[in-house]
Write a protein that binds this ligand. Structure first.
Ligand SMILES: [Zn+2]
Length: 316
């Protein structure tokens, strides 16, 4: 799947899918004039799929180095699922950060997910937030998609905020995601600001930001479908959700530099062997293991790693 630079050509990254009666993709864009130091505009592409049902928004790639979310949203749109929901989709919320594959904007060095709900006359990142927020604030359900950092693949995990934990609990269980993490750094995140105006909003981390991964591509599109199903027909999950406090997440770092070979099947499960660290000078091997009760939530994609580099995150 080719992901082109955003807004540098007339067509954006999304192909116009075959249309059916229930799923008409209308391409739109927000144009922010005089956005760059050279006076150029920034355009933020988005999609409207009009429906009679609840208003749902999907947001991807607030962080410019997390473009796997664009692929997930693109795959979802290609499915042409019939839905009654009224959808507003921003596959690429932060085009200028995406163009340099960076988390932050190259113009003002700000992190978009700490600038919501944005201001009309402020730094460019804040202005982008203002216009996107204005476009989605009438939506009832909002899904904010993120991905793992460089070389770290995340099993689907939900970051919830204390302010709206009760309301989102059922939804999280409905999505079938086991890692339900109480997020502590929430000031001016999109989800927090949406909670403040009474919306149901969650942030999901899935896969690795810079890599296309068929398994998590399918999982991600399934999560979007389920999220829309839930918005259309909210149901009560029977099982109780187990919360994980962010401080309880444990990390494993490489004890020395070498070649890390991850165990493909380990992610998201209770597992003992998560991979092998090979010493390149003498080819000695060290197995990286967890205890039986530990559950692996993020794993290094493998390759050459430096001493101290993050290999895995897990919870007990
Ligand atoms: Zn992110």
């Amino acid at each position: 799947m080719a992901i082109k630079k955003a807004c540098t050509t007339k067509n954006n990254t999304l192909e116009n899918s075959k249309k059916n009666a229930n799923f008409k993709i209308i391409k739109k864009k927000i144009v922010i004039k005089n956005a760059r130091p050279d006076g150029e505009s920034i355009c933020i592409p988005y999609i409207r799929i009009y429906g009679e049902g609840p208003k749902v928004a999907i947001i991807g790639t607030q962080h410019g180095d997390e473009f796997f979310s664009i692929a997930i949203i693109d795959e979802f749109l290609k499915l042409n699922s019939s839905t009654k929901a009224d959808l507003t989709v921003f596959p690429l919320a932060n085009p200028s950060a995406f163009n340099i594959s960076n988390r932050r904007s190259p113009i003002d060095n700000q992190d978009m997910n700490r600038k919501w709900p944005g201001k009309k006359n402020s730094t460019i990142t804040s202005r982008m937030c203002y216009h996107i927020f204005k476009t989605i604030k009438d939506c009832d359900y909002i899904l904010d998609l993120h991905n793992g950092n460089k070389n770290i693949r995340d099993a689907p995990q939900i970051r919830v905020h204390k302010s709206n934990r009760k309301q989102t609990e059922n939804l999280c269980k409905y999505l079938g995601i086991d890692f339900f993490i109480n997020h502590s750094d929430t000031k001016h995140t999109l989800v927090e600001e949406l909670h403040a105006i009474g919306k149901i909003a969650i942030c999901i981390e899935i896969g690795e930001g810079r890599r296309m991964d068929n398994f998590y591509l399918a999982k991600g599109t399934d999560i979007i479908k389920k999220f829309i199903d839930y918005a259309t027909n909210p149901s009560v999950a029977k099982e109780k959700t187990k919360h994980i406090d962010e401080e309880k997440i444990k990390k494993i770092h490489a004890s020395k530099s070498g070649l890390f070979i991850p165990s493909e099947k380990a992610l998201g499960k209770k597992t003992k062997n998560i991979g092998t660290l090979v010493n390149i000078s003498d080819f000695s091997e060290k197995k990286i293991t967890l205890k039986k009760s530990h559950k692996l939530m993020s794993l290094c994609v493998g390759g050459v790693v430096s001493k101290g580099e993050l290999l895995a995150r897990y919870v007990e």
